[in-house]
Design a protein around this ligand. Structure first.
Ligand SMILES: Nc1ncnc2c1ncn2[C@@H]1O[C@H](COP(=O)(O)OP(=O)(O)OP(=O)(O)O)[C@@H](O)[C@H]1O
Ligand SMILES: O=C(O)C1=C[C@@H](O)[C@@H](O)[C@H](O)C1
Ligand SMILES: [Mg+2]
Length: 168
Protein backbone atom coordinates (compact mmCIF):
# COMPACT_ATOMS: atom_id res chain seq x y z
CA UNK A 1 0.00 0.00 0.00
CA UNK A 2 1.12 3.55 -0.58
CA UNK A 3 2.69 5.27 2.40
CA UNK A 4 0.75 8.52 2.84
CA UNK A 5 -2.69 7.18 1.93
CA UNK A 6 -3.38 10.05 -0.44
CA UNK A 7 -5.84 9.11 -3.13
CA UNK A 8 -4.81 9.01 -6.78
CA UNK A 9 -7.02 10.88 -9.23
CA UNK A 10 -6.79 9.89 -12.88
CA UNK A 11 -7.53 12.59 -15.46
CA UNK A 12 -7.32 12.57 -19.25
CA UNK A 13 -9.31 12.34 -22.46
CA UNK A 14 -12.19 9.88 -22.82
CA UNK A 15 -10.79 6.49 -23.80
CA UNK A 16 -7.30 6.90 -22.32
CA UNK A 17 -8.18 4.16 -19.84
CA UNK A 18 -8.87 5.97 -16.57
CA UNK A 19 -11.57 3.47 -15.64
CA UNK A 20 -9.97 0.35 -17.20
CA UNK A 21 -6.53 0.97 -15.72
CA UNK A 22 -7.79 2.62 -12.52
CA UNK A 23 -9.63 -0.42 -11.22
CA UNK A 24 -6.64 -2.72 -11.82
CA UNK A 25 -4.24 -0.22 -10.24
CA UNK A 26 -6.47 0.03 -7.15
CA UNK A 27 -6.52 -3.74 -6.75
CA UNK A 28 -2.78 -4.07 -7.20
CA UNK A 29 -1.85 -1.36 -4.67
CA UNK A 30 -4.56 -2.29 -2.15
CA UNK A 31 -6.74 0.78 -2.65
CA UNK A 32 -10.46 1.28 -3.13
CA UNK A 33 -11.69 2.25 -6.59
CA UNK A 34 -14.17 5.03 -7.32
CA UNK A 35 -15.44 6.00 -10.74
CA UNK A 36 -16.84 9.54 -10.66
CA UNK A 37 -18.98 8.79 -13.75
CA UNK A 38 -20.75 6.03 -11.84
CA UNK A 39 -21.26 8.32 -8.83
CA UNK A 40 -22.88 10.87 -11.16
CA UNK A 41 -25.18 8.25 -12.73
CA UNK A 42 -26.15 6.93 -9.29
CA UNK A 43 -26.95 10.39 -7.93
CA UNK A 44 -28.93 11.49 -10.98
CA UNK A 45 -30.60 8.13 -11.69
CA UNK A 46 -29.76 8.52 -15.37
CA UNK A 47 -27.08 7.50 -17.85
CA UNK A 48 -24.41 10.13 -18.60
CA UNK A 49 -25.64 10.63 -22.15
CA UNK A 50 -29.20 11.19 -20.89
CA UNK A 51 -28.00 13.72 -18.30
CA UNK A 52 -26.22 15.61 -21.10
CA UNK A 53 -29.34 15.37 -23.30
CA UNK A 54 -31.62 16.58 -20.51
CA UNK A 55 -29.50 19.20 -18.72
CA UNK A 56 -27.24 20.25 -21.57
CA UNK A 57 -23.46 20.61 -21.57
CA UNK A 58 -23.28 23.21 -18.79
CA UNK A 59 -25.88 21.45 -16.66
CA UNK A 60 -23.87 18.23 -16.88
CA UNK A 61 -20.67 20.02 -15.89
CA UNK A 62 -22.42 21.54 -12.86
CA UNK A 63 -23.37 18.06 -11.67
CA UNK A 64 -19.88 16.71 -12.45
CA UNK A 65 -18.36 19.58 -10.45
CA UNK A 66 -20.57 18.96 -7.43
CA UNK A 67 -20.04 15.19 -7.39
CA UNK A 68 -16.25 15.40 -7.72
CA UNK A 69 -16.01 18.28 -5.24
CA UNK A 70 -17.83 16.17 -2.67
CA UNK A 71 -15.58 13.11 -3.02
CA UNK A 72 -13.85 12.62 0.31
CA UNK A 73 -11.91 9.38 0.01
CA UNK A 74 -8.52 8.21 1.23
CA UNK A 75 -6.66 5.15 -0.04
CA UNK A 76 -8.59 5.30 -3.30
CA UNK A 77 -7.95 5.43 -7.01
CA UNK A 78 -10.51 7.82 -8.50
CA UNK A 79 -11.27 7.66 -12.21
CA UNK A 80 -12.79 10.97 -13.29
CA UNK A 81 -14.75 11.67 -16.44
CA UNK A 82 -12.82 13.26 -19.30
CA UNK A 83 -14.64 16.56 -18.77
CA UNK A 84 -13.87 16.84 -15.03
CA UNK A 85 -11.04 19.18 -15.93
CA UNK A 86 -13.60 21.92 -16.73
CA UNK A 87 -14.83 21.77 -13.12
CA UNK A 88 -12.56 24.22 -11.38
CA UNK A 89 -13.87 23.81 -7.87
CA UNK A 90 -13.61 20.02 -8.08
CA UNK A 91 -10.12 20.13 -9.57
CA UNK A 92 -8.88 22.48 -6.83
CA UNK A 93 -10.35 20.10 -4.24
CA UNK A 94 -8.46 17.18 -5.82
CA UNK A 95 -5.30 19.25 -6.12
CA UNK A 96 -5.36 19.97 -2.39
CA UNK A 97 -6.19 16.47 -1.20
CA UNK A 98 -4.92 13.96 -3.79
CA UNK A 99 -2.20 13.16 -6.31
CA UNK A 100 -3.46 14.01 -9.80
CA UNK A 101 -2.22 11.83 -12.64
CA UNK A 102 -2.75 12.76 -16.28
CA UNK A 103 -2.87 9.74 -18.57
CA UNK A 104 -1.68 11.32 -21.82
CA UNK A 105 -2.37 9.55 -25.07
CA UNK A 106 -1.40 10.91 -28.50
CA UNK A 107 -4.36 12.14 -30.56
CA UNK A 108 -3.77 9.68 -33.41
CA UNK A 109 -3.99 6.66 -31.10
CA UNK A 110 -6.97 8.05 -29.20
CA UNK A 111 -9.02 8.84 -32.28
CA UNK A 112 -8.66 5.24 -33.45
CA UNK A 113 -9.59 3.93 -30.02
CA UNK A 114 -12.77 5.99 -29.68
CA UNK A 115 -15.74 4.85 -31.69
CA UNK A 116 -19.08 6.51 -31.30
CA UNK A 117 -18.50 9.67 -29.27
CA UNK A 118 -22.20 10.37 -28.77
CA UNK A 119 -22.86 6.87 -27.43
CA UNK A 120 -20.01 7.40 -25.00
CA UNK A 121 -21.56 10.65 -23.78
CA UNK A 122 -18.61 12.94 -24.50
CA UNK A 123 -19.40 16.55 -23.55
CA UNK A 124 -18.84 18.09 -27.01
CA UNK A 125 -20.08 21.59 -27.72
CA UNK A 126 -21.99 22.32 -30.92
CA UNK A 127 -19.66 21.93 -33.93
CA UNK A 128 -16.67 20.81 -31.86
CA UNK A 129 -14.51 17.98 -33.22
CA UNK A 130 -12.47 15.46 -31.25
CA UNK A 131 -9.29 17.30 -32.29
CA UNK A 132 -10.70 20.64 -31.03
CA UNK A 133 -11.53 18.96 -27.76
CA UNK A 134 -8.10 17.34 -27.50
CA UNK A 135 -6.33 20.66 -28.00
CA UNK A 136 -8.60 22.58 -25.64
CA UNK A 137 -8.30 20.04 -22.87
CA UNK A 138 -4.59 19.15 -23.14
CA UNK A 139 -3.67 22.51 -21.63
CA UNK A 140 -6.00 21.95 -18.69
CA UNK A 141 -4.91 18.37 -18.02
CA UNK A 142 -1.28 19.54 -17.94
CA UNK A 143 -2.16 22.46 -15.69
CA UNK A 144 -3.69 20.29 -12.98
CA UNK A 145 -1.40 17.24 -13.22
CA UNK A 146 1.09 16.39 -10.49
CA UNK A 147 2.32 13.48 -12.59
CA UNK A 148 2.05 12.85 -16.34
CA UNK A 149 2.14 9.29 -17.68
CA UNK A 150 2.70 9.05 -21.43
CA UNK A 151 0.88 6.13 -22.97
CA UNK A 152 2.36 6.49 -26.48
CA UNK A 153 2.14 2.97 -27.89
CA UNK A 154 2.05 1.26 -24.53
CA UNK A 155 -0.44 -1.44 -23.70
CA UNK A 156 -2.53 -1.44 -20.53
CA UNK A 157 0.03 -3.56 -18.63
CA UNK A 158 2.95 -1.27 -19.48
CA UNK A 159 1.02 1.83 -18.40
CA UNK A 160 0.11 0.07 -15.16
CA UNK A 161 3.76 -0.74 -14.48
CA UNK A 162 4.68 2.94 -14.95
CA UNK A 163 1.96 3.97 -12.50
CA UNK A 164 3.11 1.45 -9.92
CA UNK A 165 6.71 2.62 -10.26
CA UNK A 166 5.53 6.13 -9.41
CA UNK A 167 3.36 5.23 -6.46
CA UNK A 168 4.78 2.13 -4.77
N1 LIG B 1 -3.06 0.90 -24.23
C1 LIG B 1 -4.28 1.09 -23.74
N2 LIG B 1 -4.44 1.75 -22.58
C2 LIG B 1 -5.69 1.96 -22.09
N3 LIG B 1 -6.83 1.53 -22.68
C3 LIG B 1 -6.72 0.85 -23.83
C4 LIG B 1 -5.45 0.60 -24.41
N4 LIG B 1 -5.64 -0.06 -25.57
C5 LIG B 1 -6.96 -0.22 -25.69
N5 LIG B 1 -7.63 0.30 -24.65
C6 LIG B 1 -9.08 0.29 -24.51
O1 LIG B 1 -9.53 1.64 -24.50
C7 LIG B 1 -10.68 1.74 -23.67
C8 LIG B 1 -10.45 2.76 -22.57
O2 LIG B 1 -11.71 3.06 -22.04
P1 LIG B 1 -12.00 3.60 -20.58
O3 LIG B 1 -13.49 3.54 -20.43
O4 LIG B 1 -11.17 2.92 -19.56
O5 LIG B 1 -11.51 5.12 -20.73
P2 LIG B 1 -11.76 6.33 -19.76
O6 LIG B 1 -10.48 7.07 -19.74
O7 LIG B 1 -12.29 5.84 -18.46
O8 LIG B 1 -12.85 7.20 -20.55
P3 LIG B 1 -14.06 8.15 -20.03
O9 LIG B 1 -13.50 9.53 -19.82
O10 LIG B 1 -15.04 8.14 -21.14
O11 LIG B 1 -14.60 7.56 -18.77
C9 LIG B 1 -10.95 0.35 -23.11
O12 LIG B 1 -11.88 -0.30 -23.93
C10 LIG B 1 -9.59 -0.30 -23.20
O13 LIG B 1 -9.66 -1.71 -23.27
O1 LIG C 1 -14.95 13.49 -21.84
C1 LIG C 1 -16.15 13.79 -21.65
O2 LIG C 1 -16.65 14.83 -22.12
C2 LIG C 1 -16.97 12.88 -20.85
C3 LIG C 1 -16.47 11.67 -20.49
C4 LIG C 1 -17.21 10.70 -19.68
O3 LIG C 1 -16.31 10.04 -18.82
C5 LIG C 1 -18.32 11.36 -18.89
O4 LIG C 1 -17.83 12.03 -17.76
C6 LIG C 1 -19.14 12.28 -19.69
O5 LIG C 1 -19.87 11.49 -20.53
C7 LIG C 1 -18.31 13.34 -20.41
MG1 LIG D 1 -14.08 6.23 -17.39
Amino acid sequence: MMKDGKSIVLIGMPGVGKSTIGVILAKEIGYQFLDADLLIQEQEGMLLKDIIATKGHDGFLAVENQVNRDVDAKHSVIATGGSAVYCEEAMLHYKETCQIVYLRCPYEILSKRLGDLKGRGVALKEGQTLLDLYEERSVLYEKYADVIIDEDNKGIEETLELLKEKFC
